[in-house]
Design a protein around this ligand. Sequence first.
Ligand code: URA
Ligand code: CA
Length: 424
Amino acid sequence: MDAIDVITTKRDGGELSPDQIDWVVDAYTRGAVADEQMAALCMAVVWRGMTRAEVSRWTEAMLGSGERLDLPGLSRPTTDKHSTGGVGDTITLPLTPTVVACGAAVPQLSGRGLGHTGGTLDKLESIPGWRAELGTDEMRRALTDVGGVVCAAGAGLAPADRKLYALRDVTGTVESVPLIASSIMSKKLAEGTASLVLDVKVGSGAFMKDTAAARELARTMVDIGADHGVRTTALLTAMDTPLGHEVGNALEVAEAVRVLSGGGPHDMVELTVTLAREMLDAAGLGGAKDPADALRDGTAMDAWRRMVRAQGGDPDAPLPAAREKRDILVPATGRLTRLDAHAVGIAAWRLGAGRARKEDPVSHAAGVTLHAKPGDEVRAGRPLLTLYTDDPERLDPSAAALADGFEVDGPDASLPLVIDRIVP
Ligand code: URA
Ligand code: CA
């Protein structure tokens, strides 16, 4: 087999054969196909796309590049959720213990944040003592004893994707539905879950800015799941404004705990309950306990405390607090019609909540509190946002990111929280 044949087949709009796909993914992972050849192939895929058969086979080849966790012997059915990433998207934190409290096992392998969206592991690491790195045995034990685990994906899962994603990142080839879908699904399928719910975000703070592109990505991933025997459904959800009222690691943990206490902002509660019902249905537990009840009766909170303790964390320890803060004031009295997710994400990132390079540390205390959300009545001169940081030099650049980030009495273009549902 020859890399140039594979590249030119795709360049000219042809369909790659299963053998071509298996060979090129394996040869690239081994170093037998050069970076510039794989970059050319990815660019051809960006322009030409892939058929359903090609995407499924490509995903299978990436999955086959590494180990696949198997989780036999669990007494509960497994289900997992993946979000394509958004600003203030803390949902994994209240969702995982809620689904555990309703009877499923949740192996949630997560990542760290890069750019303006936060990573689940960075958020949880603001809890004193909490550890993200678990061995496979430790992870299995947590699933058996507690029912839920949120930990770092080991280097052994889909190594082809790690290498390919780094290449795509520097060659302008990230934005391709088949490449994104196969990248996400190879990692999720490697985790060994029996069912999967995808939260595909739409809007300024998301990877997919418009509904049509998000729907295509969701459909492609649902098809890949079905082709691999994993019951997969997807929701398209709004990311034109941040989720909840807090953006930043420790701020979001505190907000998740408010949801688990039966309070918290209504959009976070609604999305937690909606995704939890979807996960329980996918796991075949549709008739089990209702997630809204688990939030009300304290059982979701009990599961959260057990999960945090099982990974070395102290659920009662105070969270880190920032040394410096600044209020951004409401410019005019009226109805807040826009509070842009991307602008708030960049502001939080500049305060230190996110990283610019993957080896950078994050500040756990940094972030932004939203005192109002689109649709709320606001009064001139009252605080709209509060910025938190340990480094006062970060306040001006962060505030600058918000200059065009909100509007009072403008046109109302807000997306509904749940836009669509994609099923096999
Ligand atoms: N996230 C992934 O894991 N892969 C992509 O290709 C894009 C986003
Ligand atoms: Ca939030």
